[in-house]
Design a protein around this ligand. Structure first.
Ligand code: ATP
Length: 241
């Protein structure tokens, strides 16, 4: 695992109107790591990713990316700097074909040859997408849409990939396939990954480090393997009796 922090949150407070969703979050994601963020419903996992990727602006605190203060920097600017966010619920374009969805993902890339190369890399990762190149995104199955959302996020060859619940609504076989690919991206391309998951055991199974979030606050920060062994974590998030 890496040493230098690629991402840091320092005392981050994020609100939805009066609702205080993140209450002074401190987090570090080192370059080259997979970091899992786990926690129950409404803990603030999605809000954390939105705050990192510039979709939401924190009311207080700082977000640092690649050594720079990026607090309040808009999402499209961060995307241009290699931070790619796969949001909750996938958000692919239903009226565009698979290929067109991938092309939209590459909007910050201008070199046609490079775009085509990345499309082919996406097809190599997800052969199902190649078979469905001209199919409309909206007619794909849930698992296929998740693959498309990830392939689209990879079109910028991200340095930091933010993944929000990639396993949601997928059959066990698809979940395995997605997690294998996440691990492969990290090992073979060195992509740093911040992974939000309800499926805590799978997430901790591939992560280096884990954070447990509870009502907007970090409760635990440990090596992922340690968290997976922790009795309280097992009872609360891993479904142990
Ligand atoms: P889940 O696993 O259920 O998706 P989460 O950990 O991702 O939960 P968030 O979606 O980040 O949690 O929500 C954190 C808090 O912010 C919750 O109390 C939620 O009700 C609130 N919240 C989230 N989105 C909005 C919104 N658009 N407007 C108002 N409140 C919101």
């Amino acid at each position: 695992t890496g040493t230098a922090p690629l991402l840091e949150l320092r005392g981050v407070h994020t609100y939805y109107g009066q609702i205080h969703a993140l209450k002074g979050l401190d987090m570090t994601v080192k370059e080259g790591e997979i970091v899992a963020l786990i926690g129950g419903n409404g803990a603030g996992k999605t809000t954390t990713l939105r705050t990192v990727s510039g979709m939401m602006k924190p009311r207080a605190g700082q977000v640092l990316y690649a050594g720079q203060d990026v607090t309040g920097v808009p999402a499209h600017t961060l995307l241009g700097r290699g931070m790619s966010h796969v949001p909750e619920g996938r958000r692919i374009f239903p009226q565009l074909s698979v290929r067109e969805n991938l092309e939209v993902g590459a909007y910050s890339v201008t070199d046609r040859g490079l775009i085509e190369q990345r499309i082919q890399e996406g097809f190599a990762l997800f052969p199902r997408l190649k078979e469905r190149e001209n199919q409309l995104g909206g007619t794909m199955s849930g698992g296929e849409q998740q693959m498309l959302a990830i392939a689209r996020a990879l079109m910028v060859n991200p340095r930091l990939l933010l993944l929000d619940e990639p396993s949601m609504g997928l059959s066990p076989l698809f979940v395995e396939a997605i997690f294998d690919i996440v691990q492969m991206l990290n090992r073979e391309r060195g992509t740093t990954i911040l992974l939000v998951e309800q499926n805590a055991s799978m997430a901790l199974g591939i992560a280096h480090h884990g954070y447990v979030l509870q009502t907007g606050e970090i409760r635990l920060s440990r090596a992922a393997a340690e968290l997976a062994r922790d009795e309280t974590v097992r009872k609360a998030y891993l479904g142990d009796e």
